[in-house]
Structure formats: C-alpha cells, structure tokens
Design a protein around this ligand. Structure first.
Ligand code: NDP
Length: 457
C-alpha cells in the first residue's frame, strides 16, 4: 500500500513538474508535446457532436460562470440584494483577496484527500470501461462527512470563529475558481499521456478550448486516487454544508440565536449532502462518471459552483433575516419531504434494477427489452415520467428557497438555474439513450410521454 502511494506520489510530482516546466519553458518540452499531439490527432474523434454551444460556449462559459459566482455572492451580501440592480454591485478589489483563503482552500482539499485515502468503508467497482477493465473506488464519503462533523464540533468547542467564513466568502470563491483553472489545465495537459481507450468521447475533438472545457480523459488518476470521483462528492459537497454552518454561526453571532429559516435551509441541505454521500456508490453509474471527461466543466462545477452558489440562501439569510410562521415552516418541510421521497425512491429503484433486476423489490416491474441486452423500466417511478428523480430534486430546490421569503429573487436563483440545468441534462441523457437503445427508447418515450413534470413537460 505504502509502495503504491509512493509510486502515486512520484507520478504526481512528475506530472506537476511537467506542467510547471511547460508553463515556464514551453519550448523545452515542445518536442514531446508535439509528438503527443500527433499521436492524439490520429486518435481524436472528429465526428463527436459538440455540446454546450460548441467552441463558443466552451470559450464564454469559463469566463462568464466564475464572474457569476462572484457577482451573486456580492449581491446576496448587499442590503438591497437585487440581481436586477444597475449598475451592479462591485466589491473593492481588497475584498476579493485574503491570504487566509488559499491556506483554507488547499488545507481543505488536503484534509478531504486524506480522508479519501483512509482505509475505511468498502471498495466498489465502477462500470466496465472500453478496454474491458473496471476501476476500484473507495466508498467512504459518508465517513469523511462524519469525521468533518466531529472536527467542526471540536473546533467550535475550542472557540474557532466559524462565523468568519461569511467575511471570507469572496476570497474563498476567488481561490476555488483559481484552483479550478489550474486543475483543469493540469488535467488537459496530462491527458495527452493517457492511452486512447482512457479518453472520453465528448472531449476529444482536437479543439483545445472545447476539449479543455469538456475534459479529454474519462477517469484521470494519480495512482489509485481518482481525481474526478474525489472532486464529484467530497471537497465541494462537504464544503457547501460547512459554509452553510458558518453562515448559521454568523447569524448566532449577530442575533444571539439561529432563525427557523436558517435552521431549515441548513437541515434540508445537510440531508441532501448526507444522502448523496450515504448513497455514494450510486455516483459510479451517473453520466458524470460514466460518460463525461474530467475538464473545466466538472472541475469548476464541483469545486467552485456547488459550494459557493448552492450556499447562497444561507448567506442571504445572514444579511436579510426572515420570520417564518409555524404553518409556513410545516408546509415547507412537507414539500421538502415529498421531494426527497420521490428523489430517493426513484433513484434507488433504478439503481437496484441496474445492479440486480431479479431483486424482489424490482422483479415485478414492467420492462421493455433493448438490443443491448439491458432492459428499460416502464412502470413504477420510471413509468410516471422519464426522469422522476429530477422531479423530486426540483421540489426540494423550491423548498430550500421558500424560507427566504418572497421579497427577493436571489434566493430563487438556485431553483431557476437548477430547472435549466436539469432540462438541459435530460435532453443530453435522452440523446445518449436514443443512440444506445434506438427503437426501444422510442417505444419507452411513447409509453411514458412526459420527461420531468407529469402532464406538463
Ligand atoms: P440518472 O440517474 O437520471 O440516470 C440516467 C440513466 O438512467 C440513463 O442514461 C439510463 O442509463 C438510465 N435510465 C433512464 N431511463 C431508464 C429506465 N426507464 N429504466 C432503466 N434505466 C433507465 O442520471 P443523472 O446522473 O442525471 O442523475 C442522478 C441524480 O443526481 C438525479 O437525482 C439528479 O437529480 C441528481 N443531480 C443533481 C445535481 C445537483 O447539482 N444537485 C446535478 C446533476 C444531477 P443506462 O440505461 O445506461 O443505465
């Protein structure tokens, strides 16, 4: 084990060195790079269909989205908190930087990497890859969440001012964005050393901007450390609930107690994150792990977008406290419960069916056969709409915004963005499924005509 980690560390330093050399003295390794490019030109899949607006999207999104994160954070802390305010709220540059921020971001990544490597929990195999092999993944994300919770409690007991995270939000977001760009660049350059079968179909077009954005390599690893799988559920997702908790502590600092609205937002989102980590194994069958390369799109989403925009409601409540009646709170809890029930039940039903179609809980469901040998569910949750899990997720998203009242649009940013994301994601998945299952997919669509919202869409 120690030897493997030693080799992994060796590989990591070698790659970091190559990247650093390339950045500093591009010419000196130009020859090697040119050879890799020639090899790649033979391998690329020019017919791959471009997504996210093609090269234009891949050029604009990495500029536009980081600015959006910073803008939303500024707006939510401003007294007016209006996304439509013109001219927009801009912070003095001094507010964008704090030397503590890079220490916290890198320390956090190192701490979560350490938890990832701890020999806790079981080890699972991923889906079969193009070369017939299956990668192994540690299933210990929930353990990492629990250890983080213990450490947070300990730090509170030691008097650590967790509410200070509110002041640090902007510098932390700036650093997370910086780390996303650096990691994406590292992944892009290293991908030229990856064998052809390890490349993702979508991010392998030969257009550097597009491939940098989509990600060339499917499962980049340093030894046994899987970078995509690690980033997908740990630093960003656990970071999100830690930021939320920091906002709650800031509210306690300002007003001596946490409001009901803040407690609900923290509770709902903690449930969501704990659920994702409890069911960590399910991520191994998602589009992100199975299909998408690891490039800027996922890196930025995991490390910057999720922790800093998903925590907007909690940050908003620090500056804009809301009073919530018991009746209102009960209605919101019921909505979140209903969303969670649909989300969990439908995801579990499909995962169970994919893992073991003969299991008693799914064996009686109606299915249709496909030419690939896999079957598609046409009854149960997957007979209601074609993406019942998205429906549940969206109901929860609404429940997270409602505690923030109706006077501002900003807390509803998440619901609006998430609706757009899931409609787009559904369309992508639909394309992949039609390509995979052909006529069988068409007959599934005829049997189950609605995509996400019954009788609406
Ligand atoms: P899904 O879990 O919806 O999986 C889609 C795949 O399921 C398809 O490609 C197909 O794969 C299989 N499938 C589709 N229809 C059927 C059927 N009728 N019977 C059997 N299998 C079927 O994919 P996602 O990764 O998009 O979503 C996973 C969860 O993550 C969702 O709950 C979603 O809401 C959530 N999510 C949350 C995000 C966030 O930021 N909070 C972002 C993205 C997702 P195959 O046939 O190959 O098995």
């Amino acid at each position: 084990m120690g030897h493997v980690r030693g080799v992994a560390l060796g590989q990591f330093y070698a790659r970091v060195l190559i990247v650093a050399l390339y950045l500093l003295f591009g010419v000196s390794i130009h020859e090697e790079y040119r050879r890799q490019i020639m090899k790649f030109n033979k391998q690329k899949s020019p017919q791959a269909e471009k997504e996210f607006g093609g090269t234009l999207g891949a050029t604009c999104i990495p500029v536009f989205l980081p600015l959006t994160v910073l803008y939303l954070l500024c707006v939510c802390r401003s007294p007016v908190a209006s996304v439509l305010q013109w001219p927009p709220v801009l912070p003095p540059t001094a507010q964008l930087w704090d030397p503590l921020a890079p220490v916290l971001i890198l320390g956090w990544m190192a701490l979560q990497s350490f938890f990832y490597l701890l020999p806790m929990g079981k080890v699972s195999e991923g889906m079969v890859l193009k070369d017939g092999s299956r990668l192994k993944y540690p299933i210990n994300g929930f353990h990492a969440l629990c250890i983080t919770a213990v450490l947070l409690t300990l730090s509170l007991w030691l008097g650590m001012p967790l509410g200070y995270l509110f002041e640090l939000l902007l510098p932390l977001a700036v650093c997370a964005i910086g780390v996303s760009f650096l990691l994406s660049l590292y992944l892009y350059i290293c991908s030229f050393w990856a064998p052809h079968h390890a490349l993702a179909q979508g991010g392998n077009t030969g257009n550097p901007l597009y491939d940098f954005f989509m990600g060339r390599e499917l499962n980049p690893r340093i030894g046994s450390f899987d970078l995509k799988y690690f980033c997908e559920l740990r630093p960003g997702l656990i970071g999100w609930v830690v930021i939320n908790f920091g906002m709650l502590m800031k509210e306690v600092e300002l007003r001596d107690s946490a409001s009901l609205a803040m407690i609900l937002v923290n509770g709902f989102q903690l449930l969501y994150v704990a659920d994702a980590l409890w069911n960590e194994e399910a991520v191994l069958t998602t589009m992100d792990i199975v299909h998408d390369g690891f490039g800027f799109m996922l890196v930025f989403g995991d490390l910057a977008w999720v922790p800093f925009t998903y925590s907007l409601q909690a940050a908003f409540l620090v500056v804009h406290p809301q009073s919530l009646s018991l009746l209102g709170a009960t209605a919101i809890v019921t909505l979140n419960g209903a969303g969670y029930y649909i989300f969990r039940k439908s995801n579990s039903q499909k995962n169970q069916f994919r893992r073991d179609p003969t299991h008693p809980s799914v064996a009686n469901l109606e299915t249709i056969a496909t030419a690939t040998g896999k079957r598609l569910l046409v009854s149960g949750w997957w007979g209601l709409v074609r993406h019942p899990n998205y429906l549940g997720d969206l109901l929860m998203a609404l429940a997270w915004s409602l505690p923030c009242g109706f006077n501002h649009l900003l807390p509803y940013f998440y619901v609006v963005y998430f609706t757009v994301l899931l409609i787009h994601r559904e369309a992508r998945d639909e394309r992949h499924c039609r390509a995979k299952y052909g006529l069988a997919w068409d007959s599934y669509c005829r049997r189950v005509p609605y995509r996400i919202f019954p009788y609406i869409y």
